[in-house]
Ligand binder design. Structure first.
Ligand code: SIN
Ligand code: MN
Length: 276
């Protein structure tokens, strides 16, 4: 078991719904991940624009399997998977990865949501799922870093309503009270840091109005015992083949090959009532 977290960080995850692990990836590893996101033709070919409600858009690429690419190795390496298993408390599998690429001056906002607000509709019965946001660039308040409501994973699953064609938001009327009653944390990250958050943790981010790029790679895991009850979405259980921690460097600038990564053609946005 080679978790990257201290006992204090594990406690923070369970109490607050998130924790930040610094320098999980070395500068050399982070540089490989970053270049793969910039240069892998499959990442570019599957890039989608997700409009926000302020007239901006964020660019994402989504894939469902962790293959042999350098970013597949990052998602499968021991220290990362062991950390997910330590927090979820049982064996996990790779659920989805995505590049969220906020370019300077306009990279789009994300509305308040819980990842499980979406994943519930992919047929997961429990929120025993988490996301790891790997910073590829510095991510701070100026360029639209992730914001979380501390402790919000304890609120249970909140109804999500449609606020744009491509984004649902946790019920805005409820959010007003949640934000008023709880602490909001801006999670500033340096390249190679990883922010880990529970499937029910409420999070959002602002547009990037700065001259600095904010790209992140988000890798999500599900408990094996929480496999999807529907098999039509490509995110059902497939065994995760753990690799040693040096596999990222050993992979070098290895891109996706064949259809190993199962890139998605569109983002899945569950049908929801419109927010009034
Ligand atoms: C997400 O919630 O999936 C993305 C958030 C972000 O990139 O700021
Ligand atoms: Mn999310």
């Amino acid at each position: 078991m080679s978790s990257v977290l201290s006992a204090e960080q594990v406690r923070a995850y369970h109490d607050d719904g998130f924790t930040i692990a610094r320098n999980v990836f070395s500068p050399e590893e982070t540089d490989l991940l970053c270049r793969a996101m910039e240069e892998d033709p499959k990442v570019a070919a599957h890039s989608l624009i997700r409009p926000d409600i302020e007239g901006g858009g964020t660019r994402i690429s989504l894939w469902n399997r962790a293959g042999d690419s350098v970013y597949g190795m990052a998602a499968r390496c021991e220290r990362v998977v062991d950390t997910a298993e330590q927090l979820i408390g049982e064996p996990v599998y790779h659920f989805q990865s995505k590049l969220t690429a906020k370019d300077p001056f306009g990279g789009g906002a994300w509305e308040w949501h819980q990842d499980y607000g979406y994943w519930y509709y992919n047929g997961c019965l429990r929120p025993d799922m988490l996301s790891m946001m790997i910073a590829l660039d510095r991510s701070d308040r100026d360029n639209g870093c992730l914001q979380v409501v501390k402790g919000s994973h304890k609120l249970g699953r909140i109804d999500h309503l449609q606020v744009s064609e491509k984004q649902n938001s946790a019920d805005p009327a409820r959010m007003e009270h949640i934000v008023a009653q709880n602490e909001l944390v801006y999670c500033e990250l340096d390249p190679g840091d990883v922010m880990i958050f529970h499937g029910n943790t409420l999070h959002r981010s602002d547009q990037n109005r700065s001259p600095n790029r904010r790209w992140t790679l988000i890798v999500c895991y599900n408990a094996v015992s929480n496999d999807t009850i529907t098999k039509d979405d490509d995110r059902y259980y497939v065994p995760l083949d753990k690799v040693s921690d040096d596999a990222v460097l050993k992979a070098g600038l290895k891109f996706a090959s064949g259809d190993d990564e199962h890139f998605a053609k569109q983002a899945y946005v569950p049908e929801a009532k419109k927010a009034s």
